[in-house]
Design a protein around this ligand. Structure first.
Ligand code: ZN
Length: 127
C-alpha cells in the first residue's frame, strides 16, 4: 500500500505553491549534498588493506575512523532515501500531510525537516 492510498490528495489548502517550490528546491539541494557526501564516504569506508604500511596504532585509528564513517554513511543513505521519497510525494500531491493523523505539517517544520512524514504532535507521541 502506498501513502497515496491512505491520504486523499489536496494538501494545498495550507501551503501555497510558492512555498512548495521552495521546499522542493531545498530537498533537491539536500539530495545533492547527500550524494556528494556519500561519494566521499564510500571512498573512506573501503576496506583497509593489512599490507598498507601503517603502524599498528595508525591502523587501529584508521579502522575506528572507518567505523564512524560507515555509521554516517548508513545514516546518510537513509536520509537520501527519505528525501527522494519526499520528492515523490510532492509529485503525487500528497506532500506536507502527516501520515498518521492526516493533518498538515507546518511549513516551519518542513523547512527544517523537509523529509518529515509526521507532524510534531504525532512524532512526539502526543496524539
Ligand atoms: Zn500528525
Amino acid at each position: 500500500m502506498t501513502i497515496a492510498t491512505i491520504i486523499p490528495a489536496g494538501y494545498y489548502e495550507g501551503m501555497i505553491e510558492k512555498e512548495l517550490q521552495e521546499i522542493e528546491k531545498l530537498i533537491r539541494e539536500r539530495i545533492r549534498e547527500m550524494e556528494t557526501s556519500l561519494a566521499y564516504l564510500k571512498e573512506e569506508t573501503k576496506a583497509i588493506e593489512p599490507s598498507v604500511s601503517l603502524g599498528r596504532l595508525t591502523r587501529m585509528e584508521a579502522i575506528s575512523e572507518k567505523g564512524v564513517n560507515e555509521y554516517v554513511l548508513a545514516g546518510n543513505k537513509l536520509t537520501l532515501e527519505k528525501l527522494n521519497n519526499a520528492l515523490d510525494r510532492i509529485t503525487k500531491g500528497i506532500y506536507g500531510r502527516c501520515i498518521r493523523c492526516g493533518g498538515e505539517i507546518p511549513i516551519g517544520r518542513l523547512r527544517l525537516v523537509p523529509e518529515a512524514l509526521v507532524c510534531v504532535p504525532c512524532s512526539s507521541g502526543k496524539k
